[in-house]
Design a protein around this ligand. Sequence first.
Ligand SMILES: Nc1nc2c([nH]c(=O)n2[C@H]2C[C@H](O)[C@@H](COP(=O)(O)OP(=O)(O)OP(=O)(O)O)O2)c(=O)[nH]1
Length: 142
Amino acid sequence: MRPYTEVAVGILIRGDGALLLTSRPEGKVYAGYWEFPGGKLEAGESVEQALRRELQEEIGITIGPAQVWKVTEHDYPHALVRLHWCRVTEWSGAFEMREAQQMCWQHWPVTVRPVLPGALPVLEWLAQERGLAFDPEILRNK
Ligand SMILES: Nc1nc2c([nH]c(=O)n2[C@H]2C[C@H](O)[C@@H](COP(=O)(O)OP(=O)(O)OP(=O)(O)O)O2)c(=O)[nH]1
């Protein structure tokens, strides 16, 4: 069986309920797709540690406490990933896209696309929590 790539992902939720999405930088698989910020765990790291490091490295902020909310899996051609989703409502520092990504605060309905397929289940749960009708399929394509 293919080994899992463990990934820590942050769902940053602003006081007004908006969610932070970032675009995948050039040179990575799925470049230009929208995703939640995060990245792969390094050896010996907890999910929270990896998320704190990735968000510092990639978007310049320092997150407060982060606890795993959901765990999902996605089988991509490039990797079998296990995504550890953390909701984050506290952070400090100024946003700075250090990999030339774009960032976007999104209210419902989410308008950016395409969104990484591995992020769609979580968007569906977030919409359900708010009692919103949401068809994740429309976010798959440009
Ligand atoms: N950050 C993030 N990754 C996601 C999401 N949904 C999803 O399927 N993934 C997948 C895509 C990638 O296969 C994997 C994340 O790996 P990555 O290559 O972006 O991570 P990284 O920043 O550590 O990359 P690198 O150092 O190897 O360049 O998780 C999401 O919403 N956010």
